[in-house]
Ligand binder design. Sequence first.
Ligand code: PMP
Length: 398
Amino acid sequence: MLFDKFRDMADFQAELAARDIAPFGAVTEELLSATEGIVDGRRVILAGTNNYLGLSWDPRCIEAAREAAQRWGTGTTGSRLANGSFAGHQALEREIAQFYGVDHAIVFTTGYAATSGMVSTLAGPGDAILLDADSHASIYAGVNLSGADIIRFKHNNPEDLARRLRRLGDRASQALIIAEGIYSMYGDIAPLQEIAAVKREYGGYLFLDEAHSMGTLGATGRGAAQAAGVEDDIDFFAGTFSKSLGAIGGFCVSRHPEMEAIRYCIRPYIFTASSSPSIIASTREALRIVAAEPQLREKLWDNARRLHQGLGDLGLPVSPAPGPVVAVELEDRSATIDCWKALMEAGIYVNLVVPPASPSTNYLLRNSVSAAHSSEQIDAIINAYASLVERGLAAAAA
Ligand code: PMP
């Protein structure tokens, strides 16, 4: 039957409804700041966004968006190839290429389109793709569309990557290797020095998705490769405007001149409308701020360390190292749902992550940190978890 495959999801939805919660349908009814809002009728601290630098709420970004909407209208109503390339799109491409110190950049309407569009176009039948097993859904979508041979290497495991490249023999030098800077669920950072060394030994082209690391890592916010000092080994940097830059959209930059031909072969670039002028304008302002204000990154990391330490001190099973994402990993679905609900009642909104969105069969309370959180807000998050532990809600899983 056509609908049989949705039965498990329907059952899960019924279970959540019976508990009177809707973790995947929570509605933000009002935003009070970058870190506070009214969600499902309750005033909460937002600890489940990707607003790592708080820039979605920055007055300079808002003013840039307002001004652009007034001058350019609300949308382009066309794809980049037709009527959808405005001066702002081109300027953003120039600025993001300059930010990365390379000559070529393509701006996409979403991050999902950037990663899936690039990898599905770069590799085709007869090519080999080696991707980290925990890659984001947009990367999987792209590689599945590519028609290339798909080889997964163990998450963050350069030795396994080397083994698989070795097995490819002569084909290794033309393979597309895909990794992410910071992984979105546990917040762990890829061992890029080791991955780059493997690439130097066997060849191939390295594609790095810096979605969660652009803005949050590196001296000027270029991401994990900048922090690891291996930018010269990266062939393609991809990323999104929907996290540190506080808007929506995606990009890919590269030093390879072939990018200008590749651009016209990417279906999610050709067959979708371009970003609205206001989004492009706020993103340009946010990019300028990311480069000019390293203190935002410092505050983000202070908050990340404070939250990681606080949750760790409670004995909770947290991600191994502090970062913009601090996940609490639990084995029991029911206990995790109870925790999510109790956190909401305590005024803390986090992400409930269930398989297959979580990388294992476990369940996650995914907390994300922002430079815009005050230390008091971070402490309020820790205190809410402390009361879960006191009430025995999280203890069962810890
Ligand atoms: N890559 C990664 C690693 C991501 O986590 C995400 C979004 N969660 C994307 C790409 C897609 O970005 P966007 O949501 O901006 O489309």
